[in-house]
Design a protein around this ligand. Structure first.
Ligand SMILES: [Zn+2]
Length: 257
């Protein structure tokens, strides 16, 4: 997001955009940028003294301006910034494509094959219903909301599974651990601090259960050996003889997120 500042002096109301001055007004407009017409949302704010441009992946170009700003001044400001705008619109198009979870997407969740069904619903609070072969997302047709709703649900689901398996496996291994956090690191599946606090990536939910168990065993082994020494692998292979193959399958990630 970038801001551009533009100060406007109070002037005669020739804007034809907002008649009322003490409320925020929002209108959909289009502006001609030469090669293309760009739709945008114009928000007029009584207290504001600057024109701001913002490109949102879902809403597109959003322009906020003082209530008194004349429309020709707003639009000439937009035209002035057309390269910045087209660049950011291109980027957000890519973001949207990357973020997309189309209706009918197949995924393996904790070792079970599921199909993600998106059902359009104008709810204040989107929600999820899970069936044996389906995960149904009830949400407005907005990819950011759909993805966020699904992520929150899957994170919780992963936490429940992880908490249970950690206890069980730790009991078998006779290990002790501190706090457990769940994150979304880019390239790490798990980690163990010097204080034996554990950290797991929720995207492990998309892997087979044995792979998740392997990551749990790997981190629990670190509570005994804080390195990847021979002793570490001796202990790990005692509880997880297939660790090499399981570790390899982590590289073939087919995660939804
Ligand atoms: Zn390690």
């Amino acid at each position: 997001m970038n801001l551009f500042f533009f100060s406007t002096k109070p002037r005669n109301k020739k804007t034809g955009v907002a008649k009322r001055r003490n409320t925020i007004s929002r209108t959909q407009r289009t502006v001609d940028l030469g090669q293309q017409e760009i739709p945008y949302t114009l928000t007029l704010r009584p207290g504001s003294r600057t024109i701001r441009l913002h490109v949102d992946p879902d809403k597109g170009l959003v322009v906020s301006a003082p209530t008194r700003a004349p429309i020709h001044a707003i639009e000439s400001f937009i035209i002035q910034k057309k390269f910045w705008i087209t660049r950011h619109l291109e980027e957000s198009k890519k973001i949207i494509q990357r973020k997309q979870i189309p209706n009918g997407t197949a995924a393996t969740i904790l070792g079970e094959s599921k199909v993600v069904i998106v059902k359009e619903h104008q709810l204040k609070r989107p929600y999820i219903a899970e069936k044996p072969q389906e995960i149904i997302v009830y949400a407005p047709q907005n990819q950011t909301i759909i993805k966020k709703t699904l992520e929150n649900y899957l994170r919780k689901k992963f936490k429940v599974h992880l908490t249970k398996r950690l206890k069980e496996i730790s009991n078998i291994m006779g290990t002790h651990y501190g706090t457990v956090t769940i994150r979304a690191q880019k390239s790490r599946w798990g980690s163990c601090s010097y204080r034996n606090n554990l950290n797991f990536n929720w995207k492990l939910i998309f892997f087979p259960l044995q792979v998740i168990d392997y990551v749990i065993m790997h981190e629990l082994t670190h509570t005994v050996h804080h390195n990847h020494s021979e002793k570490f692998y001796d202990l790990l292979s005692h509880y997880c003889p297939d660790y090499k193959a399981l570790r390899k399958s982590l590289h073939n990630a087919k995660t939804l997120f």
